[in-house]
Design a protein around this ligand. Structure first.
Ligand code: SF4
Ligand code: SF4
Length: 395
């Protein structure tokens, strides 16, 4: 793989220097070529944040490629609208060019970086193998150490901790969660330092606007609100709906974990909690939302026109969707069968999938959510700065 290098943020050089190596020069060169042509054409100006950011500058700098690529969410509207798309000799394919740079950015900012290429290529297999191996280790370990209760029918408060002690569960899950958190914090910090296109200055207003755009998935509606071109020229809001379900499902499950912690530490109640308690209602509704959302996203992706898509990163995409799907499925099955003798094994399998999710999170498609949010913060901040400048020049 050949390398080119980038100039640091703040520099206005159009020429590469040797400070920030890019993973793949061919991808970077192609993205620059495509964006330069789009900046001259500007037909797609209102389509999305990528084109709006493009219209705010005369030219795209090397260090801004990761910013632009993570602003794009591959709706493919510009591909279907483009008069220069293949077979035209200009061969303009913005979603593909930005998709490849985006995939490179996931590898470039990952920490520790040596695992990132493995998940990029074989994300689906590696994610599922990690989950199955962890589940087997937990079940076999329990068979040796705690076999007398593993198949017992337990439903009283504290039943889960009879299978795995509270201390062990909190220690292992806490360490794995901490690892994921530290790894992603380092990655997103690297990304923000390289993509500090708004001069590194943030404001609450910019952050609020970015939160609104992310919470409503505003740009997945296309510039017109009718959605993405998933299969062809026709618009559909399916991707936006499935994304919403997955995102809010994930947040509901996170809220369920917080509520359960509050119940145990604040109120002295021990899990498993009643079916109509807050942690169970939040967790169950989040789990169902994730099941529908991830299944829908997988189905949509399988039917998507692959010409404007970077299929080399499909392993990473499907791996994350599959892992989320199985975490929810194992959690819901555990909830349904927690009063039977299968509870012990189901709990350990669910824990195995949850642990593997947190382990692979920094190398999975989940990073798309944090880089995209960081890019949106930069975008809205840049917009606010532009508005302030034009207001000052008017007065
Ligand atoms: S994608 Fe095509 S039509 Fe759209 S701005 Fe670029 S060159 Fe113009
Ligand atoms: S694919 Fe969609 S999000 Fe990406 S640049 Fe084109 S219009 Fe914007």
């Amino acid at each position: 793989m050949s390398e080119v290098t980038l100039s640091i943020p703040g520099s206005d050089s159009r020429e590469p220097d040797n400070r920030i190596p890019l993973l793949n020069s061919a991808n970077a060169q192609e993205a620059r070529r495509v964006l330069d042509l789009c900046n001259a054409c500007r037909y797609c100006e209102g389509f999305c944040a990528t084109f709006q950011a493009l219209s705010q500058r005369r030219e795209v700098l090397w260090q801004e490629l990761d910013y632009f690529s993570n602003l794009c969410h591959n709706c493919t509207a510009c591909y279907h609208a483009c008069q220069y798309a293949p077979p035209h000799e200009f061969s303009i394919n913005v979603p593909l060019a930005l998709g490849r740079v985006r995939a490179d950015s996931y590898q470039r900012y990952a920490w520790p970086g040596f695992l990132a290429p493995l998940f990029q290529r074989n994300g689906l297999i590696l994610s599922l193998v990690t989950a199955v191996v962890l589940s087997l280790i937990l079940v076999i370990g329990s068979l040796f150490l705690n076999h007398q209760v593993l198949f017992a029918q337990l439903s009283q408060p504290g039943a889960f901790y009879t299978i795995v002690s509270h201390r062990l569960m909190v220690t292992v899950a806490g360490l794995v969660f901490l690892y994921g958190l530290v790894s992603m914090t380092i990655s997103v910090r690297r990304f923000c330092l390289d993509c500090g296109t708004a001069g590194g200055k943030g404001s609450w207003r910019g952050l609020k606007q970015a939160l609104q755009s992310a919470a409503t998935l505003r740009y997945l509606g296309g510039g017109h609100g009718q959605g993405c071109n998933t299969e062809n020229e026709g618009y559909s809001n399916q991707r936006r709906v499935y994304h919403q379900l997955t995102m809010w499902g994930f947040l509901l499950c996170f809220a369920a974990t917080c509520a359960a912690t509050l119940y145990e530490l604040g109120l002295g109640r021990i899990s498993p909690f009643p079916y109509f308690s807050l942690p169970v209602i939040l967790g169950a509704s989040g789990g169902v939302a994730i099941l529908v959302g991830t299944a829908g996203l997988t189905w949509t992706k399988l039917r998507t026109d692959t010409r404007p898509a970077d299929v080399s990163s499909y392993g990473m995409d499907f791996g994350f969707l599959a892992l989320l799907f199985f975490v929810s499925l194992t959690g819901l099955v555990l909830l349904g069968l927690r009063e039977t003798s299968a509870m012990g094994v189901l709990l350990l399998v669910h824990l195995g999938f949850v642990l593997s999710l947190f382990l692979v999170l920094p190398y999975s498609k989940f990073v798309h959510a944090i880089y995209r949010f960081a890019a949106l913060v930069c975008f809205h901040e840049e917009e606010l700065q532009q508005n302030r400048q034009s207001h000052q020049s008017d007065t």
